[in-house]
Design a protein around this ligand. Structure first.
Ligand code: SAM
Length: 482
C-alpha cells in the first residue's frame, strides 16, 4: 500500500500508485482546465516573506509531463524559467567529477565498471595520485568535486573513501582549494554515512537508476546493488547518519521515463514527509556509450525534446531542489536545458580514473572511462560560454560551510532569501576564478559581467561589502563569503 511516510521502499515507491498515476495522467493529458489549474498552483506567488512556490504532487506533475499540447508545453517552459529565475537566478554552480576507483563487484548491465568486464583495466588512485589529480583540478579552477567509485568492499572500503576525502581537503596548491566534496558511492550503512558526514562531505549522491523494481533487479543481476530495497532506502539511512543534503537521480533510458519521473517525485515527497527536507539535488543522466556498453540495447532512450520537458516538469514540481547536468550531454543540449531549471553543471570533466593529471585539455585517456564525455570543452571554455549567455558561473560553496544545509537551506531558499547571499557569493568566487585561472578573453568577459551583475545586489550594505571584497580579491585575498 502506498505510504510516503513509510520507511519501506515498496510502500513509498508503490508500483500500484505509479501505475494509477500514469493512468490518471494519460486520461487527463488533454484536460486543459486541469492543466491550467496545475500550472497556476505551481506559479511563484509573492508573500509577506518573499516569493514562494507550492510545488506539485507526483500526480499533478505527471499530468503535465503527459500533456502533448504544444501551447501548454510552451507554458510549462516559461513557468520553469520563471521558477528557476525566482530561486536560482542566473547563477550556475560549477563542479567536476573525480573518479577514485573503477573496481566494482556489481553487475550493472549499463555500466562498464561491472564485475564481468574484462576489457577495462582496473585502477584505484593512490593518495599520491589523488594529490596529482586534485592539484590538476585546482589548477583548472575547480572548488567543488563529486567523487565517484565503484562498489568493492575489499578494494574501495569506506576507510579508503574517507582517506581520499581527507587528502582532497588537505591539498592547498597556489590559491587553490577544494571546498566541497560531494560523494557518489554505493548505498551503505548508517554507520558509514555517519563517517562520511564526519569527514565533512557536502551532498551524498546516489542514483536510483530505475524505480521499476522488476527492471531494477534485471539490470543489477548480481552483487550487493541487486537489493532494490537496500538501494532505494539508502537516503533514509544517509539522513539517519546525519547527512542532510542528499542527491537523487534516475539513469534515463533504462525504463519508461514517465514511470521514472513519477517514482523520482515520490522519492522526493517521501524524504520531505519523513525527514522534513526534500532532495538537495536531482540529476538527470542518460545512458551513454562506454567500454562494452552499447546504449542502443536499452530501448527506452529519450530524445532531446522529451529530456527538456522532463527537466522543466521537475523544476516546476520541486522548485527548490538544485538540478544537475553532466558532460554526458553535449553543448547544444546543455544550452537548451540550462534555462529550464538546471542549477549545476560540470566542466572540463574526465570520467576515467586518473584522467586529469599529466594530460593537456585536448588529451583524454579512454582506457578506464565510465562513459563517453559529450561536452569535451575545457572549464575555461564552459565558463566563458556561460557568461556569453549572461549566466554567472559560480564556484560558491558557502552554504554548507556556513551550516546552511538540509531544512535550513530549504527554508531560506523557499522564501527566496538564499539569493541575498548567493548572488554576491557567486560574483566573488567568479572573481577568484578570473584572477587565478581564466584566459585573458574569459577574464575580460567576466570582469564586464561582474561590473553589471553587482548592481543586482539590492541590499546596500551587502553590495558595499561585496564591492570591497571584490577589490580585496583583486589584491590577493581569497575565500570571502556571506
Ligand atoms: N558505484 C556507485 C553506485 O553504485 O551508485 C556510483 C558511482 S557510478 C560511478 C555513477 C553513476 O554513473 C551511476 O549511478 C550510473 O547512473 C551512471 N552510469 C553508469 N554507467 C553509465 C553509462 N553507461 N552511461 C551514463 N551513465 C552511467
Amino acid at each position: 500500500m502506498y505510504n510516503p511516510k513509510s520507511l519501506k521502499a515498496d510502500e513509498f515507491i508503490s508500483n500500484e500508485e505509479i501505475l494509477d498515476t500514469l493512468e490518471f495522467a494519460e486520461k487527463n493529458k488533454h484536460n486543459r482546465e486541469m492543466i491550467e489549474q496545475i500550472l497556476e498552483k505551481a506559479s511563484p506567488k509573492k508573500t509577506g516573506r518573499g516569493v514562494e512556490c507550492a510545488g506539485l504532487s507526483h500526480r499533478e506533475a505527471s499530468v503535465l509531463l503527459a500533456c502533448d499540447i504544444p501551447e501548454m508545453t510552451e507554458k510549462m517552459y516559461s513557468l520553469a524559467r520563471e521558477i528557476k529565475e525566482a530561486f536560482y537566478g542566473n547563477r550556475i554552480v560549477m563542479f567536476a567529477p573525480l573518479y577514485l576507483s573503477n573496481y566494482c563487484v556489481n553487475q550493472c548491465v549499463y555500466c562498464p565498471y561491472h564485475y564481468q568486464n574484462r576489457e577495462i583495466p582496473r585502477k584505484k588512485l593512490t593518495q599520491e595520485e589523488i594529490v596529482a589529480e586534485v592539484t590538476a583540478l585546482q589548477d583548472m579552477g575547480h572548488k567543488r568535486l563529486a567523487i565517484e567509485a565503484g562498489e568493492d568492499p575489499v578494494n574501495n572500503p569506506i576507510e579508503y573513501i574517507l582517506e581520499c576525502i581527507n587528502t582532497i581537503y588537505s591539498i592547498k596548491h597556489k590559491n587553490g582549494a577544494i571546498r566541497r566534496v560531494n560523494v557518489n558511492i554505493a548505498a551503505t550503512t548508517v554507520e558509514n554515512y555517519r563517517k562520511l558526514k564526519d569527514a565533512g562531505i557536502g551532498t551524498y549522491i546516489l542514483f536510483q537508476e530505475t524505480y521499476h523494481k522488476e527492471s531494477y533487479e534485471k539490470l543489477h543481476p548480481a552483487g550487493p546493488k541487486h537489493n532494490y530495497a537496500y538501494h532505494t532506502e539508502a537516503m533514509d539511512r544517509a539522513m539517519e547518519g546525519g547527512i542532510d543534503d542528499v542527491g537523487l537521480g534516475v539513469l534515463f533510458g533504462l525504463d519508461m521515463y514517465k514511470y521514472e519521473f513519477a517514482g523520482l517525485l515520490m522519492h522526493a515527497e517521501h524524504l520531505e514527509a519523513v525527514h522534513g527536507v526534500g532532495p538537495h539535488t536531482i540529476s538527470v543522466p542518460r545512458v551513454k556509450r562506454a567500454s562494452d556498453i552499447d546504449p542502443n540495447v536499452f530501448d527506452n532512450s529519450i530524445d532531446d525534446d522529451t529530456f527538456a520537458k522532463i527537466i522543466a516538469c521537475i523544476r516546476i514540481a520541486v522548485p527548490y531542489t538544485g538540478m544537475i547536468i553532466s558532460t554526458r550531454e553535449n553543448e547544444t543540449c546543455r544550452n537548451k536545458v540550462l534555462g529550464l531549471g538546471i542549477s549545476q553543471i560540470s566542466g572540463g570533466s574526465r570520467t576515467s580514473v586518473g584522467g586529469y593529471a599529466g594530460y593537456s585539455s585536448e588529451e583524454r585517456p579512454h582506457d578506464t572511462e565510465q562513459f563517453d564525455v559529450s561536452d569535451q570543452r575545457s572549464l575555461d571554455e564552459v565558463v566563458k560560454w556561460l557568461m556569453d549567455m549572461d549566466y554567472i558561473p559560480s564556484f560558491c560553496t558557502a552554504c554548507y560551510r556556513e551550516g546552511r544545509t538540509g531544512d535550513r537551506f530549504m527554508s531560506l531558499c523557499k522564501v527566496g532569501q538564499i539569493q541575498n547571499c548567493c548572488h554576491p557569493n557567486a560574483l566573488m568566487t567568479l572573481q577568484e576564478y578570473l584572477e587565478d585561472y581564466a584566459s585573458p578573453e574569459t577574464k575580460a568577459v567576466g570582469e564586464a559581467l561582474i561590473a553589471r551583475e553587482i548592481h543586482n545586489v539590492t541590499n546596500p550594505k551587502v553590495k558595499e561589502k561585496a564591492l570591497a571584497n571584490l577589490e580585496a580579491i583583486k589584491k590577493g585575498s581569497r575565500d570571502f563569503r556571506f
